[in-house]
Design a protein around this ligand. Structure first.
Ligand SMILES: *Cc1c(COP(=O)(O)O)cnc(C)c1O
Length: 391
């Protein structure tokens, strides 16, 4: 066992630690959230170390190892994997500012709240969104995307939310990517709640920029954003003025290539946490075994919902591997289920976006055991019965 220097200078004042914990954790909760999610114990453990410089050889070794492991996981050998201090939305902004011309057009596909955020990011950066929107619960279908691209041949890029966290729908990304490439457009993928749980093959599918956040399916605390970025994006960036400083992808790549670090200070503990998760994945038998674990967990949760006589919100065949959105029974509001479960020690997720009122969500991400899931459903069954009696 290596001894890691702790943060205590002259021993540890337990009282101070306890008073902070009392604010954060007045009572224990089991997390079935949409993010941040429950972290793996190895992750929490590995993040408890005394800080070191992000220009040190030790930090560079960590950054390099993490980037290489993530590139393997994403099958992104022709792209560049970037880790930056930001939440996932940072890369949403970066994709537009670095790779779309000023006043350029972007085809934004929307199947819920996070697709809408992409549209706002396009607009707020002075680019022009062309919107392909589906009703909540529905995915984007390849023929619809093909049609939209035929009608709008002048768009420079297409954005896709891989997994729409507000509706629990997983878009058919491989098929959609094929359409985008047939039309020779850039493809930006919001995989914030997909990466780590749904398959992503960056090279094979021809994705130009796919991004995520540490606090979702990898089960790491928030503060770290990751992306795989194609050569084409960097080439375009060279011709785009006023990319800004913080999210300038060329600057970020320069620091990666010259010193395995970042232009501004990275969240070092989160990177150590991500490194630990990528090692857990390896130990579990690799990417596809790990994704199977997520698929089985999602299946178990959907079965639990159906066994209670409740309905899933997403269109069949497009169920999310990371979050299940459930229609609340008639006469019951989603938030009532959320609150009753919280009183019993389970933090599920409230409905989000346009379907907020009449849905609640069960997150499957991070550190969750089968026993936790069974216990969740025993409680949910009782909660639903109690609420039904009241209506
Ligand atoms: C959570 C989420 C985001 C926002 O991620 P941040 O890390 O908070 O920026 C964006 N898109 C999707 C699909 C999400 O689930």
């Amino acid at each position: 066992m290596i001894r890691i220097p702790s943060c205590g200078v002259v021993g540890l004042d337990r009282e101070i630690v306890e008073s902070v914990y009392r604010i954060l954790w007045p009572k224990p909760l089991k997390l079935f959230t949409a993010g941040p999610v429950s972290c793996f114990p190895e992750v929490l453990e590995v993040m408890r170390f005394q800080m070191l410089s992000h220009r040190s050889d030790e930090y560079r070794a960590l950054h390099r190892d993490t980037v290489q492991r993530l590139a393997d996981f994403l099958e992104a050998r022709r792209s560049t994997v970037l880790l930056i201090p930001a939440s996932g939305t940072g890369f949403m902004e970066a994709s537009i500012r670095n790779a779309v011309s000023p006043r350029g057009k972007v085809l934004v596909t929307i199947i819920g709240a996070f697709g809408k955020r992409y549209r706002e990011v396009v607009e707020d950066n002075g680019r022009i969104p062309i919107v392909l929107e589906k009703p909540p619960g529905e995915p984007v279908l390849p023929e619809e995307l093909d049609d939209a691209l035929r009608k709008n041949p002048d768009v420079e890029a297409v954005t896709i939310t891989y997994n729409e966290t507000s509706t629990g729908v997983l878009n058919p990304l491989p098929e959609l990517a094929r359409v985008v490439k047939e039309h020779d457009k850039l493809l930006f993928v919001d995989a914030v709640s997909a990466m780590g749980a749904a398959d992503i093959r960056v090279d094979e599918w021809g994705i130009d920029l796919v991004f995520a956040s540490s606090q979702k399916a990898f089960g790491v605390p928030p503060g770290l954003a990751m992306a795989a970025v194609s050569e084409e994006v960097f080439e375009r960036a060279k011709r785009i003025p006023e990319r800004g400083w913080y999210f300038d992808l060329l600057r970020i790549r320069k620091y990666l290539e010259s010193q395995w670090s970042t232009p501004s200070t990275p969240p070092i503990p989160q990177i150590a946490g991500l490194n630990a998760v990528l090692r857990i994945i390896e130990k579990m038998g690799g990417k596809y075994k790990w994704l199977e674990m997520y698929a089985r967990r999602a299946e178990r949760i959907r079965r639990g919902v159906i066994d209670l006589g409740l309905e899933l919100f997403a269109r069949e065949g497009y169920y999310s591997p990371t979050i299940t959105v459930v229609k609340a029974p008639p006469g019951i509001r989603g938030v009532e289920v959320y609150e009753a479960m919280r009183r019993r020690g389970f933090e599920i997720a409230k409905g989000y976006g346009p379907v907020k009122e009449y849905t609640f969500r069960i997150g499957h991400m991070g550190y969750i055991t089968d026993e936790d899931i069974d216990e969740l459903f025993r409680n949910l069954a009782e909660v639903i019965e109690e609420l039904k009696k009241k209506t």
